[in-house]
Design a protein around this ligand. Structure first.
Ligand code: GAR
Length: 189
């Protein structure tokens, strides 16, 4: 069994998809959810889904505390599902090529510090893009720069609002993110 830890800062709809998708898996176990935001919707979801959640602050994140929690829980892979802080070097080093992020755009477009969530969708509309998409990639110590694993795209219509774009992206995220991670974990055996 491979143990996954999911990091989230917000609503946690992708976290919920992961928990549902792997609920009956005999290969992947969603062991732990980690959250940096005491107001995040993912906290209620974790309770409802009955998955342990660890809330942490910036000082803990910058210390060795998080790596120790991951190791104590025998975590094999770290999945960033809407997590907004830059991953520190000690965590990258503890999980080389075992940290995966999802980004709501076609990287390298609309990535980098401050480009997350609705800011991305607003920029896509303001830039009159005709398509956008999602990117699943390995995580290194720079925002949104790790090797791309998977991308999927959707058309952006002139009439689309940032909310419309966000919805199209979320459909693709929920469809592909757990499947891509499943394939990745299986292929790295
Ligand atoms: C997702 O759309 C994800 O791609 C994005 O945050 C959202 C979280 O939604 N991540 C980033 O912007 C990272 N730079 P969720 O909390 O409903 O899963």
């Amino acid at each position: 069994m491979k143990n996954l830890a999911l990091f989230a800062s917000g609503s946690g709809s992708n976290v919920e998809r992961f928990v549902e998708y792997f609920r009956d898996s005999d290969f992947i176990n969603i062991k732990l959810i980690l959250c940096n935001n005491p107001q995040a919707g993912v906290i209620e979801r974790a309770k409802r889904l009955n998955v342990p959640l660890v809330l942490f602050d910036r000082a803990q994140f910058k210390s060795d505390a998080i790596v120790e929690i991951l190791q104590d829980n025998q975590i094999d892979w770290v999945i960033l599902a809407g997590f907004l802080w830059l991953i520190p070097q000690n965590l990258v080093a503890a999980y080389p090529n075992r940290i995966v992020n999802i980004h709501p755009a076609l990287l390298p477009k609309f990535g980098g510090k401050g480009m997350y969530g609705h800011f991305v969708h607003e920029a896509v509309v303001a830039n009159q893009e005709t398509e956008s998409g999602i990117t699943i990639h390995y995580v290194n110590e720079h925002y949104d720069e790790g090797t791309v694993i998977f991308q999927a795209s959707y058309p952006v219509l002139p009439s689309d609002s940032p909310e419309d774009v966000a919805k199209k992206g979320q459909v693709l995220e929920h469809k592909h993110f757990p499947e891509v991670v499943e394939q990745l974990v299986k292929s790295e055996q």
